[in-house]
Design a binder for this molecule. Structure first.
Ligand code: DX5
Ligand code: ZN
Length: 254
């Protein structure tokens, strides 16, 4: 039951040296050289199940769920009940992008609701290492996210411990924002760090990704693309929009 272990959520335990339990869900990263992670923030919430089914039909590799608390970012989005509902309608991995002030407090609840991965921000968290290892101890994949003004170098020490890095290509909090081209050199730097320190770690980008910007980020080294409006707000539907993104991303690799 969600929230059943509230009493344990804030206990000061140290999971840093504990084993990392591998998530059972299939993160089939070989299916597509560049993975697509539709962000449901841009979906029609009244038809969420249908929209996720369409994304699945379009070949989505994972579903990106933006959790916002109105403190870490100036916007409120969704929480555990939505995750729980999503869990019932898709077999795709659910990755939760936590744009919240106190991620540790919600890890267990969101985990029980059905999350497969947590993306936690470096900003505003004095104990990113602890948060990362708490999420791993719950058996989840973990990524660290960095905002546009945060330099790549902050990832250096935590990189060996994570499965993903999320480079924000807009300031977090809202969909439909224009891609920040100034993030491209940072994506290249993160790719270099991953190749040197943690080969196999996903380099994911989030914000303003469409058929025009996808080739830019793929050329810079991204291998997972989050897209909201470019998938759910196109006139010709989700499947066609995803196909367009995939073609654009793959052209960049040839
Ligand atoms: C923004 C969110 C993104 C957002 C992307 O804070 O993290 O995942 O949904 O939306 P688009 O693709 O419309 O920029
Ligand atoms: Zn996001």
């Amino acid at each position: 039951m969600i929230g059943a272990s509230v009493g344990n959520r804030l206990r000061r335990s140290d999971h840093a040296n504990g084993p990392s339990i591998v998530t059972k869900r299939n993160w089939d990263m070989d299916k597509h050289a560049v993975a697509l992670a539709p962000s449901i923030l841009a979906a029609d919430f009244a038809r969420l199940g249908e929209q996720v089914a369409a994304a699945e039909q379009g070949g989505a590799d994972r579903i990106h769920v933006d959790i916002m608390d109105g403190h870490f970012v100036p916007n409120i989005s969704m929480g555990a009940p939505i995750v729980q509902s999503l869990r019932r309608v898709t077999r795709l991995p659910l990755e939760l992008h936590l744009m919240i002030s106190d991620p540790d407090f919600f890890l267990e609840q969101l985990s029980e609701a059905g999350s497969d991965a947590f993306l936690v921000h470096w900003e505003g968290n004095n104990h990113v290492h602890r948060t990362v290892h708490r999420a791993k101890a719950l058996g989840k994949r973990v990524g660290v996210a960095i905002n546009p003004a945060t330099p790549a170098i902050v990832l250096e020490e935590i990189l060996p411990d994570v499965d993903q890095v999320l480079v924000m290509t807009v300031n977090p909090g809202f969909g439909h924002q224009p891609f920040l081209h100034t993030t491209l050199p940072k994506i290249r730097r993160v790719r270099q760090m991953i190749n040197e320190i943690r080969p196999g770690c996903d380099l994911e980008v989030d914000g303003g990704i469409d058929a025009t910007t996808a080739p830019l980020v793929v050329r810079a080294g991204a291998n997972v693309l989050v897209a909201g409006s470019a998938i759910f707000c196109e006139g010709d539907g989700v499947v066609a929009a995803m196909q367009r993104l995939r073609v654009a991303a793959h052209q960049a690799m040839t």
